[in-house]
Design a protein around this ligand. Sequence first.
Ligand SMILES: Nc1nc2c(ncn2[C@@H]2O[C@H](COP(=O)(O)OP(=O)(O)OP(=O)(O)O)[C@@H](O)[C@H]2O)c(=O)[nH]1
Ligand SMILES: [Mg+2]
Length: 424
Amino acid sequence: MIDLENEKRERAIAVGLVTRNVHRRQAEEYLDELALLADTAGADVLHKVLQERDGVEPAYYIGKGKVAELAMLVEDDNISLVIFDDDLSPVQIRNLEREIKVKIVDRSGLILDIFAKRARTNESRTQVELAQLQYLLPRLTRQWTHLSKQFGGIGTKGPGETQIETDRRIIRQRISHLKEKLEKISSQRKTQRQGRKEFTSLALVGYTNVGKSTLLNAISSADVFVENRLFATLDATTRIVALAPSVDALMTDTVGFIRKLPHHLVASFKSTLEEIVEADILLHVVDTSHPTAEEQIAVVNQTLTDLGAAQKPMLYVFNKVDMLEDRSIMQDLQAKYQPSVFISAQRGINLSGFKEILLTMINSAATEFTTTLPASEYKILSQLHEIAEISEKVYDDDVVSMKLRVIGKNLARVEQLIEDANKK
Ligand SMILES: Nc1nc2c(ncn2[C@@H]2O[C@H](COP(=O)(O)OP(=O)(O)OP(=O)(O)O)[C@@H](O)[C@H]2O)c(=O)[nH]1
Ligand SMILES: [Mg+2]
């Protein structure tokens, strides 16, 4: 279990922009989320600072006057860290650190830091290290390493401080080594998935902290770590769930999404995210009680589009209904997002309704039919067993007749095998 409390907490300021495209209310919610990220990383946000301007200031991200204001706030309140809600250029970070004289961290840096702390398995550690090195490479300047040594703590928990001092060539070598390692992990995952083809595979997807792991735990024998902080889960966990007496499916819980997820992270989490891309049905879990629930839905759907998984059958699972103050929004959501179901994973509300609708989706994606094969084609028969549920098998002389139940993705292959067997 992760113990994020044991470290000394840092004192931080969160900074964001109100622009023509980002309203004040929206910007405030973004800063609330940034404060939650900071909390997860081990920092307390003492001040949230917003500046209204037309766009980003190239040299400092915010106006020079605001920079001076921040520098004063830092001194008065013994602040050790200033966090910006957008990604900063290496030049902006350098300029800001020179004026404010404490560590400056941007949104991606903060998220990478949390991932580094959360990573427990070989796979996730490798993925995070790759993303960190790719993030670090363009920022590797003398000033930066100087500051990282000076300050330590959040934003500097890189892939080992000694590596920061080594030159880019060595980092590039390390990057290609990590990529190779991840290729191997990816092909292992592929083999694992092939061994469980006859089951319908369900992937839990959604914004971070919406209750994906809680749902997997509630519906299977899983014991996945759950916490009211961001990115509690990084690794994929797959469990068998019994939806009806004779219908089992595989449900996979994995890393959650967030707005402006660093693109290096998405790229390096490829092997984990393949569990989503390869799934038959996506279960899009939503924190219905969150003030920006619909924006979170849009972020998740955009991320799925980026991953090439937007066309998959999807069930919207509106979770945390026990927390709803105004239940009338459920009607609006139901009209807008279909198919959908309303549950509380934590309180066990309407899990039976959830299973029922899932069962309907699975059944509508499966085909049942009877067929016959020459009994001598035992090789093809065993191949069929791998990708179809076979029942009522009867041998009659040299012919075997049987009933098959095949899920959508395997249908073409099954038909081909039957045709091949009967052609011989
Ligand atoms: N009130 C309420 N809280 C819930 C419900 N489901 C989950 N939670 C809480 O929400 C928090 C996040 O739950 P997780 O299951 O860790 O969420 P997750 O989507 O797996 O989050 P990450 O792995 O961090 O992306 C925890 O504190 C849960 O106890 C629910 O139905 N109602
Ligand atoms: Mg989780």
